[in-house]
Write a protein that binds this ligand. Sequence first.
Ligand code: SAM
Length: 344
Amino acid sequence: MLGMAMEEHMERCLTDVGALVDQEKRHLNYLRISITDRCNLRCLYCVPEGRIPKLDHSDILSYEEILRLVKIGTRLGIRKVRITGGEPLVRKGAVELLGRLTRIKELEDVSLTTNGVLLAPNAQRIFDAGIRRINISLDSLDPKKYAQITGYDRFEQVWAGIQRAQEIGFAPIKINVVAMRGINDDEIIAFSRLSLDHPFHVRFIEYMPIGNSRTRARDQILTPEIQNLVATVGELTPVSNGRHDGPARRYRLSGAHGEIGFISALSHHFCNRCNRLRLTADGKLRACLLSDHHEPLKTLLRDGSSDQQLSEIFRIAVGQKAVKHQLGPNDVSAVRDQMQGIGG
Ligand code: SAM
């Protein structure tokens, strides 16, 4: 008995020494990794007008470099990884990377965020790679409007991907909808109804003005307004959060197979619960989505620096994590970097 207590104590001490804990006592155990800045869509709210400069291939972290950082991260307490982009599935070898990540035993959760365009042909391989939780971004159920928002006529491909993911058995399948006034606010009810017949978690995300996109703060609709619209479909009962849940406040419409979630970075920020770090495709470690502050890792990764030195950079980034972001409703963007580069 004494032996077991001692072992637990030792484990706790080790965790405390190794863990990434910031000045607010937040445990940062979740790393979101953008594996590419390329995307096969040009969403209004994400991509600026005109030609966007692309990262040079040599500036993008290799999979080996990403895996090395993840392993260092796990020694510092990272337990959850999400692969994102740009669009992660456009990068060659993305599915193999997912498989290599799910085999890292310290990681309790590995998930994927995708726009779904390339999901149908890859869904089985992604499932076989060990991924179960998948987030699919979809801002319209109307093919024409989908094309207006994304710049491409690819709704049917995405819908086929969602159906395929459901057949194969991914769970949960989260559908992320960025709600925008005058653009897709007339579909909030249709998206809510989707959760009645399907086991999908439909999550309404408040639009954040980030970088130089083609939408503006005036396009924002905040959660209270969205929630009122959803409530016209039926009674919303709160669902308690699970271990791997993020910041969404979860509800179920009465009789629904799926759920509704609200992600309210502006109207109800969740900074006090934020456990995230972000790694951009070109190797910058960001402690806050809504701050351009970052620590560069790429040069160190390539100049023979030790794991210890790289761990130090994680600690520096964590030490600089803002207590809370400063973006309020209707503010103009405080972030110069583009969402596509940061990874969402
Ligand atoms: N290509 C993938 C996708 O579409 O899901 C991953 C990258 S995308 C940048 C990640 C998420 O960020 C998507 O759900 C997208 O809708 C969301 N996003 C992008 N720009 C946003 C913004 N300005 N405000 C809120 N969410 C945004």
